[in-house]
Design a protein around this ligand. Structure first.
Ligand code: GLU
Length: 501
C-alpha cells in the first residue's frame, strides 16, 4: 500500500488562526491513523505579505498544540525553479499560453462585459490562439506577458470525487483561463501548490471548503502535468452565530491560537474542541484522548455543512465558545496531577509565584493543593488568580463574600480573633480538631457555625466558594491560617477607611 502523505501548507501572512489549526489537526490525525507522514510546508511565495514573525508564530503554535510533523518545514520559495519548469512544461505541451493583454485592456473588457450583462466576465481568450510568430514578435517588442492555463474549450466538466462532499464537477465553460505565472515571472499559488504536492507525493489533501473552486482548477493542472490526483476532502467552514466567517477583524484575538495559550487553555483541550468543530464521532462522546481521537477519526465523518463557533463577543461570562471552556474544565479536573503541575509551574514562573520547594520538599503539598482547588477552575491561569491565596499572601478580596460574610457581622472581628487563638493552641492541627474547635466556639457564642465558617473562608481565601473549609485550613497550614485570622482587625480597619474615604 502506498504511504499516506498529507501536508499542512500555511501562508505565513499572520497569526495561527484556529481554523488553520483545525486543518493542521485533521491532517495530523489522518497521518497518525495511517502511520503516514505529515509534511509542513510554508507557502511563502507572496513575499510582500510573508513575514518571519508569522512563520515563527505558526511553528510555535503547532508545537504548543503538540501537532508534530515528519518532514519540513519546507519553504515554497526554495522550489521556485521547479515551479517555473512546470510552467514551461505546460507551455511546451500546449496546456498554457502567454498572454500579453495589459491590465488596462483587461479592465476595459471586464467593464464592457459587465455593462452588456454578460454572465461571463472572465478572460476572453484574446491571446489563446496567438501563433508562435506573433508571440515572438510581442516578446521582441518587450511586451510583458503572464502565463495562462488553457482550460479546455469543450462541452463537459472537470470533476473529482471529494471524500466529504461527493462528486464535485464544474463546467469547463465556467472556468476562465487562469493565470499561473505573473508578468514578473513569479508563479502563482494554484501552480506552486500543485507542483509541491506532486513533488512531496501528497496522497490526501484535507483543507477548507473555501478551496473547492481552487481544487477544480488544480485538477486541470494535475491532468496537464500527467500526475495522479490525490484524494481531496474539504472541511466545512466555521462561522459565528451570525453566520459570518470568524476573523480577527470581526472577533478579535479569540480566533488566534496564541490567545488560548495565554488564557491557560490546555493544548489538547483546544485540539479536542477543534476536532469536534467540523467532524463528529457519530456518538455522544465529547472527550477524546489523542489515541482515541486518532482511532475514531475518519474522513467520511467530516461535516458537510458549516460548523458554528458559538461565541458572543460581549458575553462577559465566556471568553470563548462555552463548549471549549467546558472541555478544558473537564481536562483540568481529570488530568494526571504531575502533568497539571508542569503547566501550573510555567504560569507561576511568569506570575512570579513559583517556589522551587514545590518541586522538592513541598511537592506533595503542591500536588495535593492543586488537586483540592482544581475542581472549580476553568483554565490553568486560575491557579494564580482564583487560587492565589494558597500560594501567596497578596490575594484579592472579592466584593460579594466581603458584603455577605463579613460586613453583615461586625462581631466577627472578635469572634475570628478568638478562634485564631483556639487554633493556635491546638496540639494537633487537623481537619477534625479545627472543625471541633470552630463548632464549639459557635455553640459558646450561640451562633450558627456557618457564620464562622463563611467568615473564615472569606478572610482566608477572599472568595465566596471553594473547597471544604477544613480542607482549606489544612492546605494553608496552621501558621498561615492563624496569622490571617489574627489579621482580621486590619481587614476591618481597612474596610472602615475605605468607607470613610
Ligand atoms: N497556503 C494555502 C493557504 O494557507 C494552502 C491551501 C491548501 O492548498 O491547503 O490557504
Amino acid at each position: 500500500m502506498t504511504e499516506v502523505r498529507v501536508r499542512f501548507p500555511p501562508s505565513p501572512t499572520g497569526y495561527l488562526h484556529i481554523g488553520s489549526a483545525r486543518t493542521a489537526l485533521l491532517n495530523w490525525l489522518w497521518a497518525k491513523k495511517n502511520n503516514g507522514k505529515l509534511i509542513l510546508r510554508i507557502e511563502d511565495t507572496d513575499e510582500e505579505r510573508s513575514t518571519q514573525n508569522s512563520i515563527d508564530g505558526i511553528i510555535d503554535g503547532l508545537q504548543w498544540l503538540g501537532l508534530d510533523w515528519d518532514e519540513g518545514p519546507y519553504f515554497q520559495t526554495e522550489f521556485a525553479d521547479e515551479h517555473r519548469k512546470a510552467a514551461d512544461q505546460l507551455l511546451a505541451s500546449g496546456h498554457a499560453y502567454k498572454c500579453f493583454c495589459t491590465k488596462e485592456e483587461l479592465e476595459r473588457k471586464r467593464e464592457a462585459a459587465m455593462a452588456a450583462k454578460q454572465d461571463e466576465v472572465g478572460y476572453d481568450g484574446t491571446c489563446r490562439e496567438l501563433t508562435p510568430e506573433q508571440v515572438a514578435e510581442k516578446e521582441a517588442q518587450g511586451i510583458p506577458a503572464v502565463i495562462r492555463f488553457k482550460v479546455p474549450k469543450r462541452e463537459g466538466s472537470v470533476a473529482y470525487e471529494d471524500k466529504v462532499l461527493g462528486t464535485i464537477a464544474r463546467a469547463y465553460s465556467d472556468i476562465e483561463d487562469f493565470v499561473i505565472v505573473r508578468s514578473n515571472g513569479k508563479p502563482l499559488y494554484l501552480l506552486c501548490n500543485v507542483v509541491d504536492d506532486i513533488r512531496d507525493r501528497i496522497t490526501h489533501i484535507l483543507r477548507g471548503q473555501d478551496h473547492t473552486s481552487n481544487t477544480t482548477r488544480q485538477v486541470l493542472l494535475y491532468e496537464a502535468l500527467n500526475a495522479p490526483l490525490p484524494v481531496f476532502a474539504h472541511m466545512p467552514l466555521t462561522l459565528d452565530l451570525q453566520k459570518r466567517k470568524i476573523s480577527k477583524r470581526s472577533h478579535g484575538e479569540v480566533v488566534s491560537v496564541q490567545f488560548y495559550r495565554e488564557k491557560g487553555v490546555l493544548p489538547w483541550a483546544l485540539c479536542n474542541f477543534l476536532a469536534l468543530l467540523g467532524w463528529n464521532p457519530g456518538t455522544d462522546q465529547e472527550l477524546f484522548s489523542r489515541e482515541e481521537l486518532i482511532q475514531a477519526f475518519t474522513l467520511e465523518r467530516i461535516g458537510k455543512t458549516n460548523s458554528v463557533f458559538n461565541y458572543q463577543k460581549d458575553d462577559p461570562k465566556f471568553f470563548t465558545d462555552p463548549k471549549l471552556i467546558s472541555i478544558n474544565e473537564q481536562y483540568l479536573r481529570t488530568m494526571p496531577l504531575d502533568e497539571l503541575a508542569e503547566l501550573v509551574k510555567k504560569d507561576f514562573i511568569k506570575q512570579g509565584l513559583w517556589d522551587e520547594a514545590y518541586e522538592n520538599e513541598r511537592r506533595d503539598w503542591f500536588l495535593s493543593t492543586l488537586n483540592l482547588i482544581r475542581d472549580r477552575f476553568h483554565t490553568v491561569c486560575d491557579f494564580a488568580t482564583l487560587g492565589r491565596a494558597y500560594f501567596a499572601n497578596d490575594y484579592a478580596m472579592e466584593e460579594a463574600p466581603l458584603k455577605k460574610n463579613i460586613l453583615k457581622y461586625p462581631e466577627l472581628k472578635s469572634w475570628l480573633a478568638l478562634l485564631a487563638e483556639r487554633f493556635a493552641a491546638l496540639p494537633e492541627f487537623s481537619k477534625e480538631s479545627t472543625e471541633e474547635a470552630a463548632r464549639a466556639l459557635a455553640t459558646e457564642l450561640n451562633i450558627k457555625p456557618g457564620v464562622l465558617i463563611n467568615g473564615m473562608r472569606t478572610v482566608l481565601t477572599g472568595q465566596l466558594a471553594g473547597p471544604g473549609m477544613f480542607d482549606i485550613l489544612i492546605a494553608l497550614g496552621k501558621e498561615r491560617t492563624v496569622e490571617r485570622m489574627r489579621n482580621i482587625e486590619h481587614l476591618y480597619s481597612s474596610l472602615e477607611e475605605s468607607a470613610v474615604s
